[in-house]
Write a protein that binds this ligand. Sequence first.
Ligand SMILES: NC(=O)c1ccc[n+]([C@@H]2O[C@H](COP(=O)([O-])OP(=O)(O)OC[C@H]3O[C@@H](n4cnc5c(N)ncnc54)[C@H](OP(=O)(O)O)[C@@H]3O)[C@@H](O)[C@H]2O)c1
Length: 573
Amino acid sequence: METLELKPLTKKKLNALIIEKEYNEPFQIAKPTSASNPLFKPSIGFFKFVETVVSKVKVDFAAEELGMRSPKEFYEDNIVAQVFQKSNIPYFPVEIDENAKNYVATALDKKIELRDQVVKAVDALSKKNVNDGSMEKEYLIAYGQSLQSEIEEQETELNFAIRESWMAMGIMNHAREIQGKEEITCLFICSPNHVAGIKQLLEQLNVKVEVAKLSKKVISATAEVPSASELNNWLQSIQVQVKPVIGKAGENPPYLLFYLDTDTKASPFDICMAYDAGYDAVIPYENVTAEDSKTVALDALLSRGPKGAKNTVFMIGGKNAERAEEVLEAMKNVMFPPFKGNIIIDPAGAYTTAAAMVAKAENALLTNKLGELKDKTCAIMGTGAVGQIAAVLLAKMGCPVMIVSLNPKRVDGKEHVEGIAKLLAKDHGVQVQGIFAPNAATKIEVLKKADVIMCAGIRGVRIIDKSMLDEVKHMKVILDINAVPPLGVEGIDQKDDMREMLPGIFTIGALAVGELKHKLEKEILREAKSSGKDIYNYNVALPLARKLLEKDLFPAKMALTLNYASKGSNEKP
Ligand SMILES: NC(=O)c1ccc[n+]([C@@H]2O[C@H](COP(=O)([O-])OP(=O)(O)OC[C@H]3O[C@@H](n4cnc5c(N)ncnc54)[C@H](OP(=O)(O)O)[C@@H]3O)[C@@H](O)[C@H]2O)c1
C-alpha cells in the first residue's frame, strides 16, 4: 500500500497552474453513485479555454482529480483529455490511493452498518406502531442521529484533509519523475471545492501556484428556453462568452484590521477582540495623529486593490474621544471609492459602553414593565467619554438629561460641566443640562429629580452612598459601570440585573452592562468585516445593542442528559 508523504522537490522548482473546474467532481466514499449527470462534464467553453492555455504556456504535465470515474472514463470520456493527447502532454489522474480509501471506508462502513441497523429498528418499531409509553424509539433515533453526524464528519475529513493531501502528493510525484529539467510547469484541473486546500498544500511545499477560473456568460435574446422545435434556431442565436479570471479563483484577500490608537500603547483589549471576531491580522499603530492616519489609510487601501479594500477595516481607539474623532474626520476625507474601508470608532471602548448602558436600561425598564426609557428623566454621573456619549444617545431619544460632574477637587466644576453641555450641543446638536454635584447634598438633589441614574464615574470611586438613597422616595433604576472596588454605588453587586436593592430602587451592575458591551464590540467588528456601513460609531452601536438583547433567545445553560428509561416507563418526549 502506498503511504502518504508530502515532501518538497529537491533541486527542482515546480510551478502549478490550477484551473478551477465549472463543477465539483462527484466523490463519495460511502455510497458510490454514478457520475453520469450531464452537467458534471466540462463545457465547450472550458475545453477551448484549456486548449488556449496549453497553446500559450509550456506545460510539462497535466493532472486532474479522478473522483468516482474509472481510468477508462477519465481518459476516454473526457474532452479535456483530448487537449493533452493532441499536444502530447502527459496527463494523469490524481486521487486518494485505493487501499487508503478502503482502509478509511472499512472504519466508516462499520458505523454505516450500525446506523442502518438503527434505522431498521426504528422502522420496525414504527410499523408495529409501538406506542406503549416506552422511550425505545426516541432513544434509537437520538443514537442514529449521533452516528449520522460522526459519519458525515469523517466523510468531510476524508474528502478534504486526506484526499487533498493525496492529490497534492500525486502532483509532486509526477513532477519528481520528470528528469533533466530544473523548472517544471504542471496544469492541475481542480474542483472548486478543493482549489483553496490544494493551493495551500502546494505552497507549503514551495510550489509557485497560480489559479484561474472561467467566468461564463450566456447571452440570449430571450430568457425562456424555447420548445424543442425551435431549439436549434435558438441555440444558433445565443452566444457564450468565456473569460478567464486569473489569480482570483478560490482566493479571498485576508481580513486585515488596522488599529489606530491615539494613546501611547495600543489597547490589547481591542486587539484581542478583533482576532476573536475573525480578522486574519490586526496591525496596531500607537500615538496616532489625524495626519498619520491619512497615510496609514491610503497606503493600506491602495496596496490591496478594490477587492482587498473591501476586506480592510480601520478601528480608532484611545482614551481621548476628541482626538479619535479628528482621526476619523481625516480618514473619511482621504478615502475615495473604490478604495474605501469600513471605519470603527470606539475611543477606549466608550462608544460601545455608552450604547450598551442605554440599551440595557431601556430593555430592563420594558421587561420589568416600568415604562419606556424615552419618557424618563436621566442623570449621567460622570463627564468622561462614556458619560458624554450616553448623554447624547439619551437626549437624541428625547429624554431630559442631566450630565453631572462629581470631582470634589474641581474648583471650576460649574463652568467645566456647563462647557461640556455646550460642547455636546455644538458637536451633536443635543440639549443637556450640566450640573456640578461634588457633595452629598448636591448629589441628592440630582437623584431626586432623575428616574434613571447612570454612573459613569472614574473607576474605583464611590459616587452614591446608601445614606443618599435613603433620601430618595420614588422608583429609580440605577446603573453603574465602574467594575473596580469601591463600586460607584454602595450596596450594588456587579452582577445585578434589575435587583431591587432597596424598596423601589433597582440596580444594574458593571458585569451586566459589560457582558452586553463585549458582545456589541464583537458584533461591530464582525459586521464591519462583512458589510459596508462605512462608519461604525455610537449611532450604529445603539440599534445593534438593542438587537443583541432581542436575540438572546437561548438560555445560557442548556446542556441536559437524558437517561434511557426501561420499557414501561411513562417518560414522554
Ligand atoms: N464596563 C466596561 O466595559 C467599561 C468600558 C469602558 C469604560 N468603563 C468604565 O466607565 C467609567 C467611565 O469611563 P470614562 O472613560 O468615560 O471616564 P474616566 O476617565 O474614567 O472618568 C470619568 C469621570 O470621572 C470624574 N472624576 C475624576 N476623578 C474623580 C474623583 N476623584 N471623584 C469623582 N469623580 C471623578 C471625571 O469627571 P469630572 O472631572 O467632570 O467630575 C471624569 O470625567 C470608568 O469607571 C471606566 O472604568 C467601563
